[in-house]
Ligand binder design. Structure first.
Ligand code: NAP
Length: 531
């Protein structure tokens, strides 16, 4: 739906920035107990770049419609949406319904740009304002489902029912139980003949709040401050604008993301979105909280979903969803990158973790022992890999390829054994590794998630054991300096940060996603700012 099709009340809503590629508005929910606090928030929303404010008058203590609405509407620096949400629709108001609707009528009279009315009472409300609503005031008729996201047919019927009330704008908010739920909302949004707000709440609904700009949503909500949200899953205005480059999303924007669970900690969206923007690449990169990879891949099968990074715990499942897999990924049994081939839509799987990590370790070893470039400094070394998951396999195969003698230590012994047998190495448990030191100057690589945020005081190997290693690498990159690396440094070992592995493989993935050379310095700068 374009802005042009909804004659809007305020000139503030006109698109002035030539770079803006969609008409989706950013609406900041204003939630406070006093009018003064609300006015402060509205100013902040404007400074942050919101297009309008949703004034949640149900949060006001001692709300006096006559006095307060006039101030709020007239003094707002941005166009206003008045919402007076009752408890029965998930809001705060639990007084008389007639008084609530009276306040909404007053908001119309005072010329609020938008007024929200719940579907359950919309018909009666429209009868009460017949002939009295100024053309410039637009009524949003809303329906909230805090339990689930219904079928496409049911959402479609809901749109028709809302439209039949006389709504200027349809609003449907549902709840994501799975990331695939968003697809049904996108389907309805893209086919909607009326201006529509279609959002899916909750952590698994994040993509709906961003991609609504691609599918023609009328607005998306962005919170003024992180954590102070009017519905679960709302990103901040700053994230919408600076992290996801919301204004640059067009109907032809290609979708990328990192598939994992959990995924909130991932720095990849910061890195790829900034890199895409810097080279003018028409793509977006999202954190994708996926429970079942096969369901995700079969649901989002359109040619616009083009590239993914894979992280814990989905690297192996990702491989099973590929149409073709490169030989290294096949040997490792896990992918870290998936690309939809433009020519035939086939999904290609790669493992670029291997390139990133081994390259970073070799570079550090060369720096410390001056091995000539023709020989890998890993050749002949005793290379201990902790962990036997996706990253563990990449490191173990990488070490093997370079001629190292590989040892795999893992919490679950069977997995260590299986991996070690493939790379001709020795297997043991993490507990056994504590007393393992057949020689000095070994190389250690941690690929377990032990020590990763938020459990940064954990470490996979006690400090006493670290003195036998000359170089310690940790795949974890949040935090950059893990306890393992700090203690290894204290023991005199050379340390290699997980960020180096991440950066090296990010260069490769960027090139696979875009076909363009990676903006290497920018990627390093973004990562430095975000770790
Ligand atoms: P994964 O396939 O799920 O494997 C996880 C590994 O960690 C398994 O070996 C698992 O042992 C072990 N583990 C988990 N919890 C443990 C605990 N409490 N105690 C002992 N061992 C435990 O994950 P992945 O993809 O290989 O990723 C592993 C780590 O590498 C993550 O921290 C990830 O962020 C990092 N990584 C970094 C980069 C980078 O670019 N720097 C790239 C990829 C991954 P079991 O087999 O016993 O379960």
């Amino acid at each position: 739906m374009t802005l042009g099709s909804v004659p809007l009340a305020s000139t503030n809503l006109q698109i002035v920035d030539g770079a803006r590629r969609n008409s989706t508005l950013i609406c900041a929910p204003v939630i406070a107990e006093s009018v003064d606090q609300m006015l402060t928030q509205m100013k902040k929303a404007q400074e942050l770049g919101a297009d309008l404010v949703e004034i949640r008058v149900d949060f006001l203590k001692n709300f006096s419609p006559r006095q307060n609405l006039e101030v709020l509407i007239k003094q707002s620096p941005l166009p206003t949406l008045i919402t007076y949400r009752p408890k029965w629709e998930g809001g705060e108001y639990d007084g008389q319904e007639s008084k609530r609707q009276e306040a909404l009528r007053l908001a119309i009279e005072l010329g609020s740009d938008f007024v929200d009315v719940e579907l359950k009472v919309a018909q009666g409300f429209f009868s009460s304002i017949q002939g009295k609503k100024p053309e410039k005031v637009k009524i949003i008729v809303s329906s909230h489902n805090y339990e689930s996201t219904p079928s496409i047919e049911e959402i479609g019927e809901l749109v028709a029912r809302i439209q039949a009330t006389g709504a200027d704008i349809v609003k449907i908010a549902t709840t994501a139980l799975d990331i695939t739920d968003n697809a049904r909302m996108f389907h309805v949004l893209v086919h909607s003949q009326v201006p529509m707000i279609g959002l899916v709440m909750g952590e698994r609904g994040l993509m709906s709040r961003i991609l609504t700009a691609k599918y023609g949503g009328f607005l998306t909500f962005g919170s003024i401050e992180a954590g102070i949200v009017s519905a679960p899953g709302q990103p901040t205005i700053k994230d919408l604008l600076d992290l996801y480059n919301l204004r640059l999303i067009g109907s032809d924007t290609k979708i990328h993301g990192v598939i994992g669970n959990p995924i909130g900690h991932s720095k990849s969206p910061h890195l790829y979105n900034a890199a895409f923007k810097s080279v003018g690449f028409n793509g977006i990169y999202l954190p994708l909280l996926v429970d079942n990879v096969a369901n995700y891949i079969s649901t989002y099968s359109s040619p616009d979903f083009v590239g993914y990074s894979y992280t814990i715990p989905h690297k192996e499942d990702g491989l099973k969803c590929c149409d073709e897999v490169d030989p290294i990924a096949q040997a490792i049994g896990a992918i870290s990158c998936m690309i939809r081939r433009p020519t035939d839509g086939k999904l290609m799987g790669y493992n670029v973790d291997y390139l990133g990590a081994i390259g970073a370790i070799e570079e550090a070893l060369r720096g410390s022992n001056g091995t000539p470039p023709s020989v890998s400094p890993l050749a002949g070394k005793l290379f201990v890999v902790m962990g036997a998951g996706g990253a563990g396999k990449a490191l173990a195969y990488g070490g093997y390829e370079k001629g190292a003698r590989v040892v795999v230590a893992n919490r679950t012994y069977e997995k260590a054994k299986e991996l070690a047998s493939k790379v001709g190495g020795q297997a043991m448990t993490l507990a056994e590794l504590k007393d393992f030191h057949p020689e000095e100057g070994m190389i250690l690589a941690n690929t377990t998630s032990v020590g990763m945020k938020p459990r940064i005081e954990d470490t996979p190997l006690p400090k006493e054991a670290l003195k036998h290693y000359s170089l310690v690498f940790d795949a974890i990159y949040t935090p950059k300096l893990t306890r393992l690396l700090r203690e290894a440094q204290e023991c005199g070992a050379t340390i290699v940060y997980g960020t180096e592995m991440f950066i090296n493989q990010a260069f490769v993935q960027f090139e696979r996603f875009t076909g363009l050379p990676a903006p290497k310095q920018l990627i390093r700068d973004v990562l430095a700012r975000n770790t």
